[in-house]
Design a binder for this molecule. Structure first.
Ligand code: ADP
Length: 330
């Protein structure tokens, strides 16, 4: 966490970066309207770091944020920018921000985006306050990230539908949810969706476990089962599991990969509320001269967490939830 002289702060920039998440628009809206309320001008930087390099920078007014709170995606567009890993590109971005009179930034994104903001501070002293936005809920220092609840609910709706067909045809289904590096989405979807087993990078597929579970269920008359898996390093992991179940246990399983539908859709009340609170506080903290940090949720408190801490790996204690999944689906 650092401080800067915010006395003469007149204009800030806001951008969304990395993977998009439902609720980002509510976060942009809150940043813009809180800043204007505090007599600060706000410029939108489109396409994340690429827009900083390409000067895609435009003023935003109160009216620019009309009718966006309920929309998924991000009206500022998002994306990944390879060039930002190079010092020359970052120098150009910093110059463009200075030319546009932008003195500080609100970054809505994941840990990668915060790494970019951290380096922009270290090299060019451009102060940033972060707002954690990613469906994966994997940002250290915050129990919640914008988009997670919407993504889990989208996956749940799909599972409820799959359950209808699974039950009608006595089927074993493997549902693949998002989550490349961690299993937050999978474990919550598994528990709330009544799955028999859940797999994710920290707790990979175990053939014997599944065979035992399915057989035990069959003995008491259970005809259908749902397994939930996180996608892991490459989407399509569910097919690998299905193949193993067929080759090694003679089980025939249907696969459903939910994919990008989990990123879209109208944000839930929780995502809109947290997004609004994160961003409003981010603007306030910036105006107090704090930077190189993000806003996070710890218990019921909204707090500032340094980027140094935010970019560390978030510890994931899933054991208790996993036990519950197993007990409740026996
Ligand atoms: P997320 O913010 O969702 O984690 P990424 O990891 O893709 O998404 O990061 C978003 C962007 O942030 C990258 O495309 C890149 O432009 C920038 N970025 C990420 N890591 C760094 C870094 N170490 N140095 C500079 N820029 C970075």
């Amino acid at each position: 966490m650092n401080t800067f002289n915010a006395k003469n702060l007149k204009r800030i920039g806001v951008y969304t970066s990395g993977g998009d998440a439902p609720g980002m628009n509510a976060a942009i809206r809150a940043a813009v309207r809180m800043a204007i309320f505090k007599n600060i001008e706000v410029y939108g930087i489109f396409q994340g770091y690429q827009g900083m390099i390409d000067k895609q920078i435009k003023p935003l007014e109160l009216g620019s944020m009309a009718n966006v709170i309920q929309r998924g995606g991000t009206v500022l567009k998002s994306g990944r920018c390879k060039d930002f890993h190079m010092a020359e590109a970052r120098a150009l971005a910093a110059q463009n921000l200075k030319d546009a009179g932008i003195q500080a930034l609100i970054c809505i994104g994941g840990d990668g985006s915060f790494r970019g903001a951290k380096i922009l501070w270290e090299e060019h002293q451009i102060p940033t306050m972060g707002v954690p936005g990613t469906i994966d809920n994997d940002i250290n220092g915050s129990e919640y990230t914008i988009g997670f609840d919407t993504a889990v609910n989208t996956a749940l709706e799909a599972i409820d539908k799959i359950r209808d067909t699974a039950a009608s045809h006595d089927r074993l289904f493997i549902v693949e949810v998002m989550g490349r590096n961690t299993g937050y989405i999978a474990i919550e979807v598994g528990l709330a969706g009544g799955a028999e087993e859940v797999f994710f990078p920290e707790h990979p597929f175990d053939l014997q476990r599944v065979v035992n579970k399915v057989k035990k269920g069959m003995e008491r008359g259970k005809k259908s089962s749902i397994l939930v898996t996180a996608e892991g390093p490459t989407p399509g992991y569910a097919y690998e599991i299905a193949q193993k179940l067929k080759d090694e246990a003679g089980f025939s399983a249907k696969v459903c990969i939910l994919g990008h539908i989990q990123r879209g859709g109208s944000p839930t009340a929780l995502d809109r509320m947290v997004a609004s609170r994160f961003s409003a506080l981010a603007v306030e903290k910036l105006l107090q001269g704090h930077c190189n940090a993000m806003i996070g949720l710890q218990g019921t408190s909204y707090k500032m967490i340094s980027f140094d801490e935010a970019v560390q790996k978030k510890p994931f204690s899933y054991e208790e939830l996993l036990d519950l999944v197993n007990i409740l689906s026996q």
